[in-house]
Design a protein around this ligand. Structure first.
Ligand code: UGA
Length: 433
């Protein structure tokens, strides 16, 4: 393949898969001045893209997509032949969901490879794997399908809700390949980013992604455990986390106590890593403990409510965190399920939750706003840290029947609510508040 130099013509890129990673990669790469085509087998996602919209709720993404559609920098296509025509790099960004035993389902990856091959992907095109896969997958499955192409694994470290910011300002870039052409060319592609870069093989890059997500989950479970101890010892976990996080050995990120971690990444990836280790005869005591602690955290939130049987509990927030409509593996849903199990009557409100699929639960009143959700509620649980909830004042809770407010995200002002006669209970606050 002819070597290119950084800063020459825009790169001609193709993205397979228009989920979070694929859409953000496409839009982000266009914003960096590249020509990007994007493809998905899902008709709805394609229809949205043709209309210059995404199926996601992700701050800033629709306006950036529209900008680059107008500039002709992004071209959606549902024809894989057209997708790969005249491209230099293909990013594979399809889903790798868990199987019931924790292993990852590679069906989408395999079928994307087969489709690319059947469409006649040229041998000089760099194939970049971005879907999270267990070590050995890129060198195994991808390289096997494309033996003569330069192949690499380049993990994406983006948080839903802040995905564009993370894409544009990454704290590190990892380029995993043994292929010298891929290494040099991807070095050019990513030269725009002024951050540390790790050049390694695909296997290490794949493990970096799993280890990072599993570590962050472990770190959050650790602080949630400390939060529980704080509650019994008169300490405040936020102050403790701040004091800890200032150490460069610890770091302040992923140290915010809450209802436990969820989403499409930490639960899936820690499960898959533990499963992989088990298959190799290795016990993952740390990761297992982090997962157990995490599952118990929602139970702890419900315990904080006291007796809930026959009482009306309003849950504010269903998404797995703020600024996303994603409810996958959401701790809020774990709380809802536990409350239901204990016989509570439920009303819920979320400003953006995709109210379908996993989020839907029977016998729950889905309310259009906060005030209708908390009307006549005995207990209110704040499960997601939406800005809208952060701004709530004690006066907004006037129509409650009871006084118990359980703040699983620590976003309300405890003193203010207590002064207004509420029985405020927040994660990680000791009795002194
Ligand atoms: C996570 C990682 O942060 C990204 O670096 C990674 O690229 C991504 O997974 C992925 O694998 O694609 P994401 O799942 O979008 O991103 O969300 P996070 O902001 O990391 O939050 C995950 C969960 O942990 C949420 O439920 C959140 O509320 C919780 N969390 C996060 C805490 O409880 N405390 C914290 O301090 C941070």
């Amino acid at each position: 393949m002819e070597m290119r130099l950084c800063g020459e013509e825009p790169w001609k890129m193709a993205v397979v898969g228009a989920g979070y990673v694929g859409t953000v990669t496409a839009v982000g790469m266009a914003e960096l001045g590249n020509q990007v085509k994007i493809y998905d087998i899902d008709e709805y996602k394609m229809e949205q893209l043709y209309e210059s919209k995404t199926h996601l709720y992700e701050p800033g993404i629709d306006s950036l997509l529209l900008k680059h559609r107008r500039l002709n920098n992004i071209y959606p296509t549902d024809c894989i032949g057209e997708l790969i025509e005249d491209v230099e790099i293909v990013f594979i960004c399809v889903g790798t969901p868990n199987k019931p035993d924790g292993g990852i389902n590679l069906d989408y990856v395999k079928s994307a490879c087969k489709d690319l091959k059947a469409a006649g992907l040229k041998e000089n095109v760099i194939v970049v794997m971005k879907s999270t896969v267990i070590p050995g997958t890129t060198d195994g499955i991808i390289k096997k399908e494309f033996p003569n192409n330069p192949v690499a694994f380049v993990p994406e470290f983006l948080r839903e809700g802040a995905a564009l910011e993370d894409f544009m300002k990454p704290d590190r870039i990892v380029i995993g390949t043994k292929d010298s052409v891929a290494e040099v060319q991807l070095g050019y592609v990513y030269s725009f980013f002024d951050c540390p870069k790790v050049f390694t093989d695909a296997r290490n890059a794949e493990m970096i992604k799993y280890a990072s997500n599993s570590f962050m989950g472990t770190k959050i479970s650790f602080i949630n455990e400390i939060a529980g101890i704080c509650e019994k010892t008169g300490c405040d976990v936020e102050v403790v986390a701040k004091g800890m996080g200032l150490s460069s050995h610890i770091g302040e990120k992923a140290l915010h106590a809450g209802p436990g971690w969820g989403g499409s990444c930490f639960p899936k990836d820690s499960f898959a890593l533990a499963r992989l280790a088990r298959a190799k005869g290795i016990k993952t005591r740390m990761i297992d403990a982090a997962r157990i602690t995490n599952n118990k955290q929602a139970i702890h939130v419900v315990d904080m409510c006291g007796e809930v049987k026959g009482r009306k509990v309003a849950v504010l927030g269903l998404t797995f965190k703020a600024n996303t409509d994603d409810c996958r593996d959401s701790p809020a849903l774990r709380i809802v399920d536990e409350l239901k199990k204990r016989g509570a009557t439920l009303s819920v409100y979320d400003p953006k939750a995709s109210m379908f699929g996993e989020a839907m639960r029977a016998e729950i009143a889905y309310c259009p706003d906060v005030s209708s959700a908390i009307n006549k509620a005995d207990i209110v649980v704040v499960a997601t840290e939406w800005d809208e909830f952060t701004r709530l004042h004690p006066d907004d809770f006037e129509d409650m029947r009871g006084t118990i407010i359980v703040d699983a995200r620590r976003i309300l002002n405890p003193g203010k609510f207590k002064r207004h006669g509420f029985d405020y209970r927040g994660i990680g606050y000791g009795k002194s508040i």
